[in-house]
Design a protein around this ligand. Structure first.
Ligand code: C5J
Length: 223
């Protein structure tokens, strides 16, 4: 076991052992993040999400250099939508539904161009990519088993969106016994208020779901 590394964080320093820690990049998919994608079609300002790309790129590079495990997730469904519950498909009576043809291929369908991860953060060979039908990365996926197989106990969490897939995943991870550090400048929301309160909720009450810190402290710890 290596000496634990420390990151200044809310509500108190986050200690992690790099040999038992994974970087998780949640849903950095073209349809959420790119201009002309599904997210923008719904009226969202994707520039708020794109702000996370440069710091997350630095975090990804440093994490790879340090030899920690890197895991990517993608939200999406099988082409026949058999893994998409009607409640999700019909929610909100959207003008574009999951599976409909969208600007970058069928919306949230595996194998489509818009479903894939943006080029800037493309998975490297050997990095695990978890395809998830839900908002949380643990629901109906092999993530928990993969983490246990790799003896991973701590997660450094990044990606989009803060209040939806990041939050759901952090809560799921916390209930399963993983310690989560959320990097505040590497998670993004289409809504400034949700970003702020989403992060506050994680670290509130002595770190009820985990820790929150800007990426600088994590990068420093890896040096
Ligand atoms: C994610 C969503 N990734 N907002 N999905 O947060 O529907």
């Amino acid at each position: 076991m290596s000496d634990p590394l420390l990151v200044e964080a809310d509500p108190y320093p986050f200690a992690f052992d790099p040999d038992h820690t994974a970087l998780l990049l949640i849903d950095m998919q073209r349809d959420f993040v790119e201009p002309g994608g599904f997210g923008e079609t719904l009226g969202n300002d994707v520039s708020l999400l794109r702000q996370v790309i440069p710091p997350l790129r630095d975090v990804l590079d440093a994490t790879r250099r340090a030899g920690l495990t890197v895991i990517h997730t993608r939200e999406g469904h099988l082409p026949d939508l058999s893994d998409c519950p009607p409640a999700k498909l019909n929610r909100g009576a959207p003008s574009l539904r999951i599976g409909d043809p969208g600007p970058k291929g069928r919306i949230l369908v595996r194998g489509e161009y818009g479903h894939d991860i943006i080029d800037e953060l493309a998975p490297a060979e050997g990095e695990l990519v978890i395809d998830k039908p839900g908002k949380g990365a643990f629901y109906a996926t092999g993530l928990d088993q993969a983490l246990r197989d790799g003896d991973v106990r701590s997660l450094v969490v990044t990606g989009v969106t803060t209040e939806v897939c990041v939050h759901t995943t952090v809560r799921e991870a916390n209930d399963r016994g993983y310690e989560c550090l959320v990097l505040s400048d590497c998670v993004g929301s289409y809504f400034a208020g949700f970003q702020r309160y989403g992060l506050e909720m994680i670290a509130a009450q002595g770190g009820i779901f985990g820790w929150v810190a800007p990426s600088g402290g994590y990068l420093k710890a890896l040096e």
